[in-house]
Design a protein around this ligand. Structure first.
Ligand code: GLN
Length: 478
C-alpha cells in the first residue's frame, strides 16, 4: 500500500529506484501469465524536486491515457504505433508529484467492454484464478494492483470500468464526481460519461491519490473547481453522514436462481446488518423496475452514439497504420476494417444508426430523457440518504468459457447498475467485501455529487467492518 511504502521511503529502508526496479521485475515476471501491460517502462524517471506523499511511489496508467513519447495504444490495432506528443493532466500531475511510472496497462479495446478480453494484445487474466477474467475495461490496471506490482493504478470509467474489475480483482476502485479529475488526455469514449479514477488496495490510498490528481487544469471544460479538501485528512474526522440505503429490487435474494448470486446477496445482507450494528442507518428503498431495466439500454445508446462520434478521428490518416485504396474513403475503410475488433465495429454500427437523423429523436434523445429520469430518482433518494450501497457484481469473476452466458433480466440489472454513477456523475467506489466460490466480490457505495470525501469516508468505515483492507491476490480470506 502507498501508506506503507511512504513510511519505508521516509525511513530510508528502501529507495524509490529499488521500488521501481522491484515493480518492473514483477511486472515482467507476471506478464506472460496475466498480460497486465501493453508497455513496461524500463527507465527510472522521477521529478527530483517533487515534494508530495506520492514521491518515489511506482504506479501504472491505463493505456488510453496520453503520455508524451510513450506508446499509447488504447489496446487497439488502429493505434498500435501511436506515440502521443502531449501529456494527459492526470499523468502530468502524477509526474509533478514525483510518482514513478512503471507501465501502461492493457484495456478492452478503446475502453469499450467489460471483460478484459478484447485488447489487441490479448486477454488479461484474473490474478486470483488465471482461468477467469478480471473484467474491464481497466483490466490491466486492476490486475497490476491485485498482483501487488504497483500500489496504485489509474483507470477510466464510463459505465463501471473501474468499479467492476475492482470487484473481480479484490481491490479498491474509485471514480470521483464527474469533473473532479480532468479528462484532458484521456482518449474520449463517451464524453458525458467518462471519468478518470483510481485503483488501490485501501480506501485511504484512494483518497491519497485522488488528492494529488484532482482539480481543474483549464483544458477540460467540464472540470470542477477544486473543493480545496484533503480527502485523506477528511478520513480522520468523525463521520456524521451514516444514512445508507440499498435498492430493494436489486437485492432481493428470492428473485435469483443462481446459487453464487444468492450467496453474494446473503453475504451482502450480513454486511448491512454489521453496518447497522456499527452505527449506520440502512434502509431498503424502491426504484421503479422499469427505470432499472432501462439502465443498460440507456447506457448502450448514449455510449455507442458518443463513441461513434468521438472515435471518428481514427481513420488511419492521422494516426496508426495507413489503409490501402485509391480514394480517401477506401483508405479509411481499409484502416478501420483492419484496425478494429468485432466489438468495436458492432458498437460503431449501433452508434451510427442511433445518430442517423431519423433515429436521433426516438433513440438518442429519448435515451437522454431516460437518463435524466434515472438521475432525478436517484437525487430524490439522496435527499434522505448519504449513500446507496449495492453489490458491485452478482458474483466473483466469470471463467473465460462462461463469459457469454445468458443471464436473467434481474441479473442484467444487478450487473449494470453502476452505470447510474456515470449517468449522474456521482462519486462511486467499490471495495472488496466477501468471497464467493474463492473469488473476491466487491460492494459499491455511490453518493451525492461533490461529496467525494463522504463517499470515501463511508467506504473507509465499511472497510474496517470487512477487514479486507490491503488484500493482494492469493491472500486467503480468513
Ligand atoms: N462495460 C461497459 C461497456 O461495455 C463499461 C465500459 C467502461 O466503463 N469504459 O461499455
Amino acid at each position: 500500500m502507498i501508506t506503507e511504502l511512504r513510511k519505508e521511503l521516509d525511513e530510508a529502508k528502501v529507495s524509490s529506484e529499488e521500488l521501481f526496479e522491484e515493480a518492473v521485475k514483477k511486472a515482467k515476471q507476471e506478464q506472460d501469465k496475466y498480460n497486465s501491460f501493453v508497455t513496461i517502462i524500463d527507465k527510472y524517471k522521477i521529478k527530483r524536486r517533487a515534494d508530495s506523499i506520492l514521491k518515489g511511489i511506482p504506479y501504472a496508467l491505463k493505456d488510453n491515457i496520453s503520455t508524451s513519447n510513450i506508446l499509447t495504444t488504447a489496446s487497439s490495432n488502429i493505434l498500435k504505433d501511436y506515440v502521443p506528443v502531449y501529456d494527459a493532466t492526470v499523468y502530468r500531475k502524477l509526474k509533478n508529484a514525483g510518482a514513478v511510472l512503471v507501465g501502461k496497462t492493457t484495456l478492452d479495446e478503446l475502453a469499450m467492454g467489460g471483460t478484459g478480453t478484447t485488447a489487441a494484445t490479448g486477454v488479461v487474466r484474473n490474478p486470483w484464478d488465471s482461468n477467469r477474467l478480471i473484467g474491464g475495461s481497466s483490466a490491466g490496471s486492476a490486475a497490476a494492483v491485485a498482483l501487488g506490482i504497483v500500489p496504485f493504478a489509474i483507470g477510466s470509467d464510463t459505465g463501471d470500468s473501474i468499479r467492476k474489475p475492482a470487484s473481480f480483482g479484490g481491490v479498491v476502485g474509485f471514480k470521483p464526481t464527474y469533473g473532479r479529475i480532468s479528462r484532458y488526455g484521456l482518449f474520449a469514449f463517451a464524453s458525458s460519461l467518462d471519468h478518470v479514477g483510481v485503483f488501490t488496495r485501501s480506501v485511504e490510498d484512494a483518497a491519497i491519490v485522488t488528492d494529488v490528481i484532482k482539480g481543474p487544469d483549464g483544458y477540460d471544460m467540464t472540470a470542477l473547481k477544486d473543493d480545496g479538501k484533503s480527502y485523506k485528512n477528511e478520513l480522520n474526522k468523525p463521520l456524521t453522514h451514516k444514512k445508507l440505503c440499498y435498492i430493494k429490487e436489486i437485492c432481493d435474494v428470492n428473485e435469483y436462481k443462481d446459487s453464487e448470486v444468492i450467496k453474494t446477496l446473503t453475504e451482502f445482507h450480513k454486511l448491512i446488518d454489521e453496518c447497522k450494528s456499527k452505527g449506520f442507518e440502512v434502509d431498503g428503498v424502491s426504484i421503479d423496475k422499469k427505470l432499472l431495466e432501462a439502465i443498460y439500454p440507456t447506457y448502450m445508446i448514449i455510449s455507442c452514439a458518443e463513441a461513434t462520434s468521438n472515435n471518428a478521428n481514427l481513420t488511419g490518416i492521422q494516426f496508426g497504420p495507413r489503409g490501402e485504396g485509391n480514394s480517401i474513403d477506401e483508405i479509411m475503410f481499409s484502416a478501420r476494417t483492419k484496425g478494429f475488433s468485432e466489438l468495436i465495429k458492432r458498437r460503431f454500427v449501433l452508434g451510427s444508426y442511433i445518430l442517423q437523423k431519423e433515429n436521433q429523436e426516438k433513440l438518442f434523445l429519448n435515451a437522454c430523457r431516460v437518463r435524466r429520469l434515472i438521475v432525478d430518482r436517484v437525487n430524490e433518494i439522496f435527499k434522505d440518504y448519504d449513500g446507496i450501497i449495492l453489490p458491485a457484481s452478482g458474483k466473483g469473476a466469470p471463467s473465460f468459457d462462461k463469459s457469454s452466458e445468458q443471464v436473467s433480466d434481474q441479473q442484467v440489472i444487478l450487473e449494470n447498475h453502476m452505470a447510474i454513477g456515470n449517468f449522474g456523475g456521482f462519486p462511486s467506489i467499490t471495495i472488496p467485501f466477501t468471497f464467493v466460490n474463492e473469488m473476491p466480490v466487491g460492494v459499491n457505495i455511490t453518493g451525492r455529487v461533490m461529496e467525494d470525501d463522504i463517499v470515501l469516508h463511508i467506504a473507509k468505515e465499511i472497510e474496517d467492518i470487512t477487514g479486507l483492507k490491503g488484500m493482494k491476490a492469493g491472500d486467503r480470506h480468513v
